[in-house]
Ligand binder design. Structure first.
Ligand code: NAD
Length: 433
């Protein structure tokens, strides 16, 4: 089928590449010319395992192209996907200005009947709003129907997820539109669930809120484990054996970050608030996550009292491994607190370092390997569980001023660290001294 995707970010680019991989002809339209210039040279503007190879394969097969030009991008297209950002407003609600802009752009530039599919995460009622905007601006001789198709991919495994996801949700007002989008997605061979539009919008928020709840829940349990001498890893494993609970998303650590959970939890609280419903549980989840991001700092203060002049190494900066995405990464608040406390911060990340430089305090020393980060340091904090960091040579710890390793992701096995002369702390597990 002939498809267009508006937005070449984490979702838009991956969607474009994967839809072209299953045989559709896709034009990806991006506002940012520098991104399109890169894409045309075969360079992905984001880091995502396997993305560049698959992108180049489909560009070379003539199934995938990039443009900044809407008229060209929409020409002869049956379906147009919206995959632009819905960032957080100051009050926590979702900023819909990019989505609204695209709705107007579609109405003014599409010259034939089409289906518009919203991939962006949008509050309940937004697809109706998109439909209204389009109806108000489109020529009367064409018909455009809006369908909701929320995205569930995870950064770092986005390509894998696109082909092995648990479900594809399609929310539509008409059976005809739902069937067309189902047809497009059939080659992915993933269960498809067709719902009403409002339910599809809600499924996305409810899913992210539930996952965030699991994370905050296990983090609270971890904090109690530390105080009662239990081991959160054993507790989580024992809980997860119960199929009603499930073993996923029960890893204690410094809390969730990224471009989705923080903003989507707050947006759902707003969505509830708009209909005079106080979503107390989710507010608790958000509060716990904020508190959890401070936990490594508390451990440092317990250990040193004062952090002024202490050299602290940060290992991993991205919000999770296998991505260069720094949005809402715990490293942002942790590094900023360390700088405020007068610590000398050295920071290393295998991939996200260039993005981190643009966001984190300019006094931070950005280095290009673990050795440079921890040499002479008073303490090292693991913030992202990259393989390279998990599997680091513990002998390197000898180059630190003091061999203190605090693991914010519980990514090192206690038995592996025990043979070394390292003081090791993690979240909800016993310390090694
Ligand atoms: P992003 O910021 O990485 O990408 C958005 C892209 O859209 C940018 O490149 C931007 O320049 C472009 N854009 C904005 N306005 C445009 C316009 N008028 N025309 C053309 N391009 C335009 O955002 P993202 O992370 O890909 O997220 C997109 C949506 O998907 C959000 O609603 C997000 O909540 C949702 N989502 C994201 C993820 C994720 O893991 N990133 C997962 C599921 C859902």
């Amino acid at each position: 089928m002939e498809l267009a995707v508006v937005g070449a970010g984490y979702v838009g680019l991956v969607t474009s590449v994967c839809l072209s991989e299953i045989g559709h002809h896709v034009t990806c339209i991006e506002l940012d010319k520098s991104k399109v210039d890169k894409l045309k040279k075969g360079i992905s503007p984001i880091y995502e395992p396997g993305l560049t190879e698959l992108m180049m394969k489909n560009v070379n097969l003539g199934r995938l192209s990039f443009t900044t030009n809407y008229l060209e991008g929409f020409k002869n297209k049956d379906v147009i996907y919206i995959a632009v950002g819905t960032p957080e407003n100051e009050d926590g609600s979702a900023n819909l200005s990019y989505v609204d802009d695209v709705a107007k752009i579609i109405a003014k530039n599409v010259k034939r009947d089409a289906i518009v599919v919203t991939k962006s995460t949008v509050p309940v009622g937004t697809n109706n709003r998109i439909q209204t905007i389009i109806n108000n601006h489109k020529p009367s001789y064409i018909s455009i129907e809006v369908v909701s198709n929320p995205e569930f991919l995870r950064e770092g495994s986005a390509i894998y997820d696109s082909f092995h996801g648990d479900r594809i949700v399609i929310g539509a007002n008409s059976e005809k539109a739902a069937k067309l989008i189902e047809e497009i997605n059939k080659p992915f061979n993933i269960p498809i669930y067709i719902t009403g539009i409002r339910s599809a919008e809600m499924i996305k928020y409810a899913s992210n809120a539930f996952l965030a709840t699991k994370i905050s829940f296990i983090n609270e349990i971890a904090n109690i484990c530390e105080r009662v001498d239990a081991d959160v890893e054993q507790v989580a494993y024992g809980m997860g054996l119960d199929h009603r609970i499930g073993s996923h998303f029960l890893n204690a650590g410094i809390g969730y970050g990224g471009s989705c959970f923080p903003k989507d939890t707050k947006a759902l609280i707003q969505i509830a608030g708009n209909v005079a419903y106080d979503f107390e549980l989710l507010q608790g989840v958000v509060n716990v996550n904020k508190k959890q991001q401070r936990i490594l700092l508390d451990k440092l203060y317990d250990r040193f009292g004062n952090l002024k002049g202490k050299k602290i190494a940060l290992l991993g900066l991205a919000f999770k491994p296998n991505t260069d995405d720094m949005r809402e990464a715990p490293s942002i608040s942790i590094s900023s607190e360390l700088v405020k406390a007068g610590a000398i911060v050295y920071a290393y990340d295998p991939i996200a370092i260039d993005n981190a430089k643009q966001i984190l305090d300019s006094s931070i020393h950005f280095v290009y390997n673990i050795e440079q980060a921890i040499g002479g340091a008073d303490a090292a904090l693991i913030l992202t569980e990259w393989d390279e960091i998990k599997n680091m040579d513990f002998n390197l710890i000898n180059t630190m001023k003091y061999p203190l390793l605090i693991d914010g992701r519980n990514c090192i096995k206690l038995k592996d660290i025990k043979p070394y002369q390292i003081e090791y702390h993690s979240i909800g597990r016993s310390s090694v001294k």
